[in-house]
Design a protein around this ligand. Structure first.
Ligand code: ADP
Length: 637
């Protein structure tokens, strides 16, 4: 047995389906890996990227809120508004810090977080500073209002002081005017009074102007304008001082000077309105700066957030790209695995199973059928080194053995027939021999007596008896001759006559009538003369045996032509064949005859001979109505 034979059909199918199964398992593993990777990516996106983007959006919203609230804080007009804005800011800052903490959980981007935190700390301190500045500004505003109120009173006081003094000077002037011309002293006095009055007018106007300037300073929108106003204020102040020199000796001048001083105090002290307004403007400036800084900080935070969002987006995109690649790879490998399965399965099923196994089994089956039908020349192709090859080898051996066995059986059957015939022939030949002996003795006596004609008569009888014996011997010789294997057009009629001649003695002894209904066109068939005779002898012998105990003993032998076939029918009136035996009569060694009378080989050998001729043979029987045998032979034109 070769190596490939040892692998066998089972091994090959196992290998092929193993390969298919492996490809399927590989496809499943690839699918599993791809799905796991995809699942991980989706988990990562759902667990990190999506929340990060959400947090980023919330951070941006909180940032916007902080800008708005910081502006509201800067614009606060009173303490309540400031407090409310500051509280809201504190809440927003807290929310923003919480969001930052949430975002930073498990974050790989540490630098970004550090920047975030730094910005938040700066933002927080800026806002605190803003709050402080706003509070300070509001305090200044309150103080300013208080000072303004007081300035109004001081200004009223000043007017109360200056107006009677002007009235006095006016009285003095009128009085001096009434006395004008009386003396030069009076004229000088009048001029003096006029100068005082002028100075008082000026002081009155300048005092009001000072109060007006201080009052206006409260709302001056810029530092430059404030400085200009302050300079002007000092100019007016020095003018008032000059004018005071003129009214030095006027009663009430001291008190008036005091009220002017009171007004000046609103401007010149470190807590004066100019100072407060300067500080207030500085506060407003620093508020603006802080707001700008905050805005910048929040813009920076916004940029950081955007950076983070884009970082997360790029991570998500990377992950999606990786998933896509792994899905593509998975798809490719799965396709490869499926193709391998298909490319292995199709050749295995189509070529190996379909043609290699089923095809060879079918051929072997045909060979078996042909052999079973008796054609021992059937071709048995042996191919492959597997179980089917071994089966084909066994079948070939079987066919060869069967062929030899059949040849031996034919020989055995022939010998059996010969034995049977020998007894009959001995009996047949003994009779002519005894007659010849009798006639020859008698002829001698007739010759002695000179009865020549009678003697010739006897010699004729002897001659015919010798011819008869010769005929019998010729038949025997033909049967004993080694059968020719060649099949050729044969005269069926002559084979029948030979058989009947050989069995003439038995037919006569058993008193069997033989009717022959054979037309000439049925005579020529494809067969071997001797073997056809052997078959016919067999059939007629069996019919004689079957009619031993029947009252009517008759054989009808007829033939008819059916296109290229000739059908020979041998019908007897014997015991017939039992229904349970009809299927077996062609089996070798099947016999219903007593031991020594039949071997059970005749019909099986006959059957095979007829098959050899390319024909076939069958039997039919009805109870007690005899048996009929049909031989179907090819017509030889
Ligand atoms: P054998 O004659 O040695 O028994 P055969 O093969 O010639 O062997 O016949 C087998 C059997 O078939 C016979 O034993 C007999 O039972 C049956 N048989 C054959 N021919 C006839 C027939 N013409 N009538 C009845 N039975 C028959």
């Amino acid at each position: 047995m070769t190596t490939s034979a040892r692998i066998g059909i089972r091994g090959r199918l196992f290998a092929a389906f193993g390969l298919v199964a492996m490809a399927t398992v590989a496809a499943a593993i690839v699918a599993w890996i791809s799905f796991t990777r995809l699942g991980d990516t989706l988990d990562d996106m759902a667990g990190r990227s999506v929340p990060a983007v959400t947090y980023a959006a919330e951070l941006a919203e909180q940032g916007g809120g902080i800008i708005g609230t910081a502006q509201a804080l800067a614009a606060a007009q009173n303490e309540n508004e400031r407090k409310r804005a500051w509280e809201l800011l504190a809440i927003r800052l807290q929310g923003m810090n919480a969001l930052l903490e949430a975002t930073s959980k498990g974050d790989d981007n540490k630098d970004l977080l550090v920047d975030f935190r730094k910005d938040m700390v700066t933002l927080q301190s800026n806002l605190q500073h803003l709050n402080f500045v706003v509070r300070q500004r509001l305090e200044r505003v309150a103080r300013k209002e208080e000072l303004s109120e007081r300035l109004r009173w001081a200004s009223a006081d000043f007017l109360d002081e200056v107006e009677p003094m002007i009235d006095d000077t006016r009285f003095n002037i009128n009085l001096a005017l009434s006395r004008v011309g009386e003396s030069s002293i009076l004229t000088a006095h009048l001029e003096n009074e006029l100068a005082r009055q002028r100075a008082l007018f000026m002081i009155n106007a300048d005092g009001s102007l000072l109060a007006e300037l201080i009052g206006r300073a409260e709302n001056i929108p810029s530092l430059d304008a404030l400085k200009g106003t302050e300079l002007y204020f000092h100019e007016v102040e020095s003018r008032i001082n000059e004018n005071f020199q003129t009214i030095e000796k006027v009663p009430g001048a001291l008190s008036l000077r005091q009220s002017i001083k009171d007004i000046l105090a609103f401007a010149n002290s470190p807590q004066g309105l100019f100072q407060i307004r300067t500080q207030e403007l500085a506060d407003i400036e620093s508020e603006k700066e802080l707001l700008v800084k905050n805005q910048l900080l929040l813009q920076h935070l916004d940029a950081l957030i955007s950076e983070r969002v884009s970082w997360e987006s790029s991570r998500a995109l990377d992950a999606a790209e990786r998933s896509r690649t792994s899905i593509q790879q998975g798809r490719l490998w799965m396709t490869v695995a499926v193709f391998i399965s298909v490319f292995v399965a199709i050749p295995v099923v189509w070529i190996y199973v379909g043609q290699g196994l089923v095809g060879r089994l079918r051929t072997l089956d045909e060979s078996m059928r042909t052999i079973a039908e008796g054609d021992l020349n059937a071709r048995v192709p042996v191919s492959g080194h597997d179980e089917i090859g071994e089966m084909a080898n066994s079948l070939r051996t079987f066919r060869d053995t069967l062929s030899e066995t059949q040849a031996e059986l034919v020989q055995a059957a022939k010998l059996a027939a010969l034995g049977q015939l020998t007894a009959g022939i001995a009996h047949e030949i003994n009779q002519p021999l005894a007659a010849i002996r009798h006639y020859s003795r008698n002829t001698g006596l007739l010759v002695e007596k000179g009865r020549v004609d009678d003697a010739r008569n006897n010699l004729d009888k002897i001659t015919s008896l010798v011819e008869k014996a010769n005929h019998i011997i010729e038949g025997l010789r033909a049967l004993a001759r080694k059968p020719k294997r060649d099949i050729r057009p044969t005269d069926m009629m002559s084979a029948l006559n030979e058989a009947l001649t050989l069995l003439e003695g038995r037919l006569r002894d058993q008193m069997v009538d033989v009717d022959m209904l054979i037309e000439d066109e049925c005579r020529s068939v494809l067969a071997g003369q001797v073997r056809l005779e052997q078959v016919l002898i067999n059939l007629i012998n069996n019919a004689i045996d079957a009619m031993t105990n029947t009252p009517v003993r008759r054989m009808i032998i007829s033939a008819r032509r059916d296109k290229e076939w000739v059908e020979l029918k041998l019908q007897d009136t014997g015991s017939g064949i039992a229904a349970e035996h009809i299927e077996q009569i062609f089996d070798p060694f099947f016999t219903t005859k007593d031991v020594g009378e039949g071997l059970g080989l005749g019909l099986s050998v006959s059957y095979n001979i007829i098959r050899d001729f390319g024909g076939n043979m069958r039997a039919e029987s009805q109870d007690d109505k005899g048996a009929t045998f049909w031989l179907r032979l090819k017509y030889a034109s």
